[in-house]
Design a protein around this ligand. Structure first.
Ligand SMILES: CC(C)(COP(=O)(O)OP(=O)(O)OC[C@H]1O[C@@H](n2cnc3c(N)ncnc32)[C@H](O)[C@@H]1OP(=O)(O)O)[C@@H](O)C(=O)NCCC(=O)NCCS
Length: 176
């Protein structure tokens, strides 16, 4: 028997229902800034907007026709002076957490950032008690920059988040 890993591909509007399903699990959305009861139509609209956005990548891991992980890079945008910055977010289905899928997703997102998009700084916020996520981000070169106190409401409690960022380890140079 040949064991193959999940397939990784860019998300499309047709993935709206699968993403709403993934994000409806408290083990998943509570680690993010998402709300309970995500809507399929809202996800479709968000995914439709992403079609035109060349400064980002929304990557899915698919196994047996199921979306088991989602990872996104989005340009910080807004200001010309923040063109070198992107935000990162990632989540894995509850039953596949702790099995290396997050690591594989990070590897692929950072390859896209470093070698194709050329972002110099990747930033994110992570709940201060999310030890697994913090361990994963540290392993990929993210460093703690500070703490936002009572940054978000999570299940009735205001919780802290850490700001983390990673700089391009080997920024491309113009050949001489
Ligand atoms: C956080 C998350 C993305 C990690 O992905 P994952 O596939 O579970 O992670 P991996 O299995 O690739 O690796 C996690 C690493 O943390 C380590 N780890 C696991 N549990 C840990 C814990 N409680 N404390 C410290 N480290 C832990 C693992 O050993 C592994 O490191 P290793 O490969 O050096 O052994 C995933 O659990 C998830 O989606 N959680 C819910 C949503 C979320 O919190 N997203 C992050 C938003 S900032």
């Amino acid at each position: 028997m040949t064991l193959t890993g999940p397939e990784y591909r860019r998300a499309s509007p047709d993935d709206a229902a699968a993403l709403a399903r993934l994000m409806s699990d408290p083990e998943v959305f509570s680690g993010l800034m998402q709300m309970p009861y995500p809507g399929v139509e809202a996800w479709r609209k968000r995914l439709e907007k992403q079609i035109e956005q060349q400064d980002g990548l929304h990557l899915l891991a698919i196994e047996q026709q199921q979306v088991i992980a989602s990872g996104g890079i989005h340009g910080a945008g807004g200001s010309v002076r923040r063109r070198h910055v992107a935000g990162l977010g990632i989540c894995i289905a509850r039953e596949r957490q702790g099995q290396g899928i997050g690591s594989e997703m990070m590897k692929r997102l950072l390859d896209w950032c470093d070698n194709w998009a050329g972002y110099l700084r990747i930033e994110l916020n992570v709940y201060a008690d999310n030890e697994r996520a913090i361990a994963l981000y540290r392993r990929f070169g993210f460093e703690m920059e500070g703490t936002h106190r009572a940054h978000a409401l999570r299940n009735g409690v205001y919780v802290d988040t850490h700001a983390m960022a990673r700089f391009h380890p080997n920024p491309p140079q113009v050949p001489r």
